[in-house]
Design a protein around this ligand. Structure first.
Ligand SMILES: Nc1nc2c(ncn2[C@@H]2O[C@H](COP(=O)(O)OP(=O)(O)OP(=O)(O)O)[C@@H](O)[C@H]2O)c(=O)[nH]1
Ligand SMILES: [Mg+2]
Length: 265
C-alpha cells in the first residue's frame, strides 16, 4: 500500500476542522492515535464520526436514549462512545443517517474555534475503506468523491465543495505507521478481499469477534471450532479444488467479500 501520510499531514496543516472516521463495528480498532495526536498538536478541532452505523444491530442509533448495540465482543453500546470520544456523531452514508447533524456539528466546532475562513475547510481522515468519500458525497448531496469497495481508492487530495460554508478535503486512507495486524485490516476492509494473504485467518477472526454472524448467513450450526465451521461452509457451498478437496481459500475470500460489502451483519 502506498504511503499517503504526506497528504494526510498536509490536510491536517491546511484544514480548519478534521473528521476522523471510525467503523461502527470496530470503533476502537479504527481509531488512529497518530492522527489524533497530530490534530491535537496542530490545535485543530477533531470530530469523531462513527460511520456504517447501518451495519450494527439496532438501526435506531440516532436516538441517543435508545440502547444501541455495538456488536463487538464486549457488546458495548454505541452510545457509550459519546462519553469517550468528544465530540462524536453517528452516521450512515448509505442510509443518509446523521448527515444533517454532522453538518451542524462542523459549524458548531468551527464557531467554537473562531474559524473565520469561508468556506470552512474540513479534512476527512481515517483507515482505508472506512467510508470517507461516501460520507462526503452523502453530506454534500453529490458524487464528487469517487468511492469503491476496493480499498486504497482515493489516491490524492480531493477538494469537494459541500455548500457555501463547507469545503471537504478527501484524503487517501492511512493505517498507523507500524501497524501490521492483517486480520484486523481484513475485517475493516482496509485490505480488500482480493488482496488478503490469509483469508481463512481473517474469517476465523470475524467468527471469534462477531459470534454467530457468519454461521447465520451461511446457515450452518455455531460450534467452537472455527476451522471446522469454515470447512462446513465450503463443503455446503460445494467449493471444490482439484483432488475433490474443499477449496477453503476461495470460500474464505467469498465470505470476506460478503463481510466487507456489509452483506453479513
Ligand atoms: N453499509 C455501509 N457501507 C458504506 C458506508 N459508507 C461507505 N460504505 C461502503 O464502504 C466502501 C468504501 O467506501 P469509500 O467511501 O470508498 O471509503 P474510503 O474511506 O473513501 O476508502 P479509500 O478511499 O479507499 O480510503 C464502499 O463499498 C462503500 O459503499 C456506510 O455508511 N454503510
Ligand atoms: Mg476514498
Amino acid at each position: 500500500m502506498a504511503n499517503f501520510w504526506h497528504i494526510v499531514n498536509n490536510v491536517i496543516r491546511d484544514a480548519d476542522v478534521l473528521l476522523l472516521l471510525l467503523d461502527a463495528r470496530l470503533v476502537n480498532e479504527t481509531r488512529n492515535l497518530e492522527i489524533e495526536k497530530k490534530v491535537k498538536a496542530a490545535g485543530k478541532p477533531l470530530i469523531y464520526v462513527i460511520t456504517k452505523c447501518d451495519l450494527v444491530e439496532n438501526k435506531d442509533f440516532e436516538d441517543a436514549h435508545k440502547e444501541v448495540l455495538f456488536d463487538a465482543p464486549k457488546k458495548k453500546l454505541l452510545v457509550e462512545y459519546k462519553k469517550e470520544l468528544k465530540p462524536c456523531v453517528f452516521v450512515s452514508a448509505i442510509k443518509y443517517y446523521g448527515v444533517t447533524i454532522l453538518r451542524e456539528r462542523i459549524l458548531i466546532e468551527a464557531n467554537k474555534h473562531k474559524i473565520k475562513s469561508s468556506p470552512i475547510k474540513v479534512g476527512v481522515l481515517g483507515y482505508p475503506n472506512v467510508g470517507k468519500s461516501s460520507l462526503i458525497n452523502a453530506v454534500s448531496g453529490g458524487s464528487g468523491a469517487p468511492t469503491s469497495m476496493m480499498s486504497g481508492y482515493t489516491k490524492g487530495l480531493q477538494k469537494i465543495k459541500c455548500d457555501n460554508r463547507i469545503m471537504f478535503l478527501d484524503t487517501p486512507g492511512v493505517i498507523p505507521f507500524m501497524e501490521k495486524e492483517s486480520e484486523k485490516h481484513s475485517m475493516i476492509g482496509s485490505v480488500d478481499f482480493t488482496k488478503v494473504k490469509e483469508p481463512d485467518l481473517a474469517v476465523m477472526k470475524i467468527m471469534e469477534q462477531f459470534p454467530g454472524k457468519v454461521e447465520a448467513y451461511y446457515d450452518v450450526p455455531v460450534i467452537d471450532d472455527f476451522e471446522a465451521t469454515l470447512e462446513n461452509i465450503t463443503i455446503s457451498k460445494n467449493i471444490i479444488k482439484s483432488g475433490n478437496q474443499p477449496n477453503i481459500d476461495k470460500m474464505a475470500r467469498t465470505i470476506l467479500k460478503n463481510w466487507q460489502k456489509g452483506n453479513i451483519k
